[in-house]
Design a protein around this ligand. Sequence first.
Ligand SMILES: NC(=O)c1ccc[n+]([C@@H]2O[C@H](COP(=O)([O-])OP(=O)(O)OC[C@H]3O[C@@H](n4cnc5c(N)ncnc54)[C@H](OP(=O)(O)O)[C@@H]3O)[C@@H](O)[C@H]2O)c1
Length: 381
Amino acid sequence: MPLDQYFTLGRSGLRVSRLALGTMTFGKDWGWGADERVSRAMFDRYLAVGGNFIDTADLYTGGQSESLLGGFIADVGVRDRVVLTTKFTYNAESGNPNAGGNGRKNIVRALEGSLRRLKTDYVDLYLLHTWDRVTPAEEVVRTLDDLVAAGKIRHAGLSDVPAWYASRIQSLAQAHGLHQLVNLQLQYSLVERNIEREFVPLAQELGYGITAWSPLAMGLLSGKYRPGETGGDASGEGRLQLFKDGAIPALEDKFTPRNFAIVAEVERIAKATGLSMPQVAIQWTARQPAIGSVILGARTLEQFEDNLGAFDKPLPDEILGRLDDVSALPQQFPYSFFEPTHQVGIHGGVGVGDKPAGYARPVWNEPAPQPVYAPDTKAAA
Ligand SMILES: NC(=O)c1ccc[n+]([C@@H]2O[C@H](COP(=O)([O-])OP(=O)(O)OC[C@H]3O[C@@H](n4cnc5c(N)ncnc54)[C@H](OP(=O)(O)O)[C@@H]3O)[C@@H](O)[C@H]2O)c1
């Protein structure tokens, strides 16, 4: 899949590559990123293969990621060619609650800082980075709409929020004729599939395209870690070793027996297909429902080159099925009640499977299509 094929993101006219350039590793400020030379090499390579979708945040490497990126984009002169994404939420001034969070005051402050570092006067896709638990959805949606109207951002979206909040925000935008959000950026990989319960159907229903972050579970799915003697420990050097033991509280330990079973299956499939383990894991992620683009993360040019080859060979359905099975989510309430077997009692034994070909889901804002009745064959007989 060459990156110069572009697909619309969510229900929008914004066209993006199926693999995005993640830049959380641009800069050494956090201790595990790439220096300017390697970051530039990855940026140049991404453009050379036709990529147009770039992700950063004001948080990343303390602003270095945005500054490096802004310099590269200006240097090459590709500002209008790229779809530049950045994010707000994280605090820039200790002791000042309004220098962080998702309130109107911080969104506007954060955007001005990002535009300065990115050396541009607009952002293509501006994302709320993380739910702050306090700001009303109305305030977020109105502020983002104002920024679109002011020409400072072209589109908006949400990252790490509860599904109910994403649903409320989009419903408010729709009900009030405001600019609708086009993107949900969420953690999604073979070892982290929780978004499938709520976010995937939500995105399909409300017009969000999902972009998947950490498709390699921060390196785990590359196979560089091996299970240890006891749960939680593992051998192998990489970013995850810095995060274990709660260095970042939101990142639960990824060294679990379940996850290592998934890694083992990815390894078997990689050997059988000739793809690398990262390529298998990235391709699986990209081919799941509602996924608009997968955000690549890499610390070295070699890793980046490897990851760019994720579509070199299409994985057959049988192999995708094996990956689905080994990583399947456990059944949970209330989702168990929505299984077709349980629904039989609701629908009087009449099937509730897929609609027949040609019976599309309602298109946004259009009335639900009326069923097209087949001729009454009994009457004709
Ligand atoms: N919205 C959010 O909250 C959020 C959160 C996280 C990330 N993101 C975005 O998503 C992007 C990707 O996230 P991520 O960096 O966590 O992705 P990832 O692909 O899961 O992990 C990337 C890391 O895995 C290792 N790696 C990557 N390719 C490899 C390969 N081919 N072989 C061996 N090891 C490899 C490297 O770490 P080592 O240092 O171990 O080599 C690399 O830094 C970020 O750049 C950022 O733009 C968003």
